[in-house]
Unconditional design. Structure first.
Ligand code: UDX
Length: 434
């Protein structure tokens, strides 16, 4: 089977490469000629573990192609995935201009029956919008179907999440389209991956519902962490105790610096807008968003409360800039907000991140980017862990203590055991723990 994937970003490139790994012939399309040029040299425009090898292997074996020619890719394909960005607009709604632009382009090249699939996270009703756009512009009499097949790819684990998904969601009207999608996903069918077959609107909503609920879980435990700090409880143990209840589950109950990234902030705001547009009050998701705002803002407040409001002449080492480990993505990363607030208080910032420093350079002009965690801590008055990269989990604390000017240690991802760090002479603070 031949498929086309329009949009070669975080979602489209992983989707295309993984389908090629399944033996499907895939053409990835992007309107950024420079990106396509680099992809043809197997250069990946972002950090995603394992993706370079996957792309190289499948391209060399003649199953994966990259082009800017959308028309050619679409006319050869039976299934066309729309995987372009749906960035948030001011009012929180998703900007669908890229999706709509691609839909019109596809319509022009609809020469035979095709299945048009929205892979990007799109508001409920987008499938129908795409259908009407294509109907209006396509050649008379050429048939097509619309499918919603939302992605559940976590950055840093995207290939794993594609190859071994918890479920595949297929929203469609026609049985023919469902049959074609099942055929495309047959390798997953064979490993008994659960398939949820439903209508387009339900499939679109499942994605928002899942991400919004995950965000609610994180904000729940983050708010719980603030109460733990007041009453002397340990939020990690509260999370463990809660999570052992099979109805709750242990995942996404890690209290921390607040959630960031390109999905949760965008999808929760879009969720609110979708609900508001349909006159449905959505107070729980709204509360999760404002709880996260407070959690992200609080990181700097806690540092100022301990070190004083005036940080002039203070040097602070920030370990981790990406919004989570195993990605170079700094979108809505809590570390960026923290650095801005500390600089406003007069602090000089030294930062280290294993992969995100290139992306952060233009966003953080005054920051001194360091070689590694130890370099960052050199002469610093405080060290702040903002992203729980594995390489930060067993730092030589004695060496760091010796190299620092003062001994403040803020662990906003609860990486360390408080007793251990305090035993090294640090003034230690973490999230939701004594
Ligand atoms: C998320 C969804 O998990 C994925 O299914 C969807 O397709 C895209 O959005 P992603 O944003 O890549 O994936 O990262 P994820 O691992 O979900 O974490 C999101 C944010 O929540 C990160 O900032 C992370 O630090 C934070 N987080 C996650 C917590 O603070 N606590 C947790 O327990 C889990």
């Amino acid at each position: 089977m031949h498929i086309a994937v329009i949009g070669s970003g975080y979602v489209g490139l992983v989707t295309g490469a993984c389908f090629a790994e399944f033996g499907v012939t895939v053409t990835c399309v992007d309107n950024d000629a420079e990106k396509i040029e680099r992809l043809n040299q197997y250069k990946i425009p972002f950090y995603e573990p394992g993706l370079e090898d996957l792309v190289r292997r499948n391209a060399e074996q003649g199953r994966l192609f990259f082009t800017t020619d959308l028309g050619a890719a679409v006319s050869e394909a039976l299934v066309v995935f729309i995987a372009v960005g749906t960035p948030p607009q001011e009012d929180g709604s998703a900007d669908l201009s890229y999706v709509e632009g691609v839909a019109r382009e596809i319509a022009k090249h609809l020469t035979s029956y095709k299945v048009i699939v929205t892979k990007s996270t799109v508001p409920v009703g987008t499938g129908e919008r795409v259908r009407s756009l294509i109907e209006a512009e396509r050649k008379e009499g050429v048939d097509f179907d619309i499918v919603s097949n939302p992605e559940f790819l976590r950055e840093g684990a995207a290939i794993e999440d594609f190859m071994r998904p918890n479920r595949v969601i297929i929203g469609a009207r026609s049985q023919q389209a469902v049959a074609i999608m099942k055929d495309l996903y047959r390798p997953l069918y064979l490993i008994e991956t659960p398939f949820v077959i439903t209508n387009v609107e339900t499939a679109e909503l499942i994605k928002y519902a899942a991400n919004s609920f995950l965000a609610v879980k994180i904000s729940f435990i983050n708010e719980m962490s603030r109460l733990c700090e007041q009453v002397g409880a340990d939020v990690n143990v509260v999370a463990k105790g809660m999570g052992l209840d099979g109805r709750i589950g242990a995942k996404f109950l890690h209290a921390g610096a607040g959630f960031g990234g390109s999905c949760f902030p965008k999808d929760t705001r879009a969720m609110l807008k979708i609900a508001a547009d349909h006159g449905v009050p959505f107070e729980i998701v709204r509360a999760a968003i404002s709880a996260n705002e407070r959690q992200v803002a609080r990181n700097a407040e806690r540092i100022l409360a301990v070190m004083g409001a005036d940080l002039k002449n203070m040097s602070i080492a920030v370990l981790g800039l990406s919004f989570k480990p195993n990605t170079d993505d700094i979108r809505e990363a809590p570390a960026l907000r923290l650095i801005g607030q500390l600089q406003a208080a007069g602090a000089a910032i030294r930062a280290y991140d294993p992969v995100a420093m290139d992306n952060a350079r233009n966003a953080l002009p005054e920051v001194r980017f360091c070689r590694d965690a130890y370099d960052a801590c050199q002469g610093a008055d405080a060290v702040v862990i903002m992203t729980e990269w594995n390489q930060f989990r067993n730092l030589d604390l004695a060496r760091i203590k010796k190299s620092m000017r003062s001994a403040f240690f803020f662990d906003f991802r609860n990486v360390y055991d408080p007793a251990k760090v305090r035993a090294e002479g640090f003034e230690y603070r973490s999230i939701g723990r004594p």
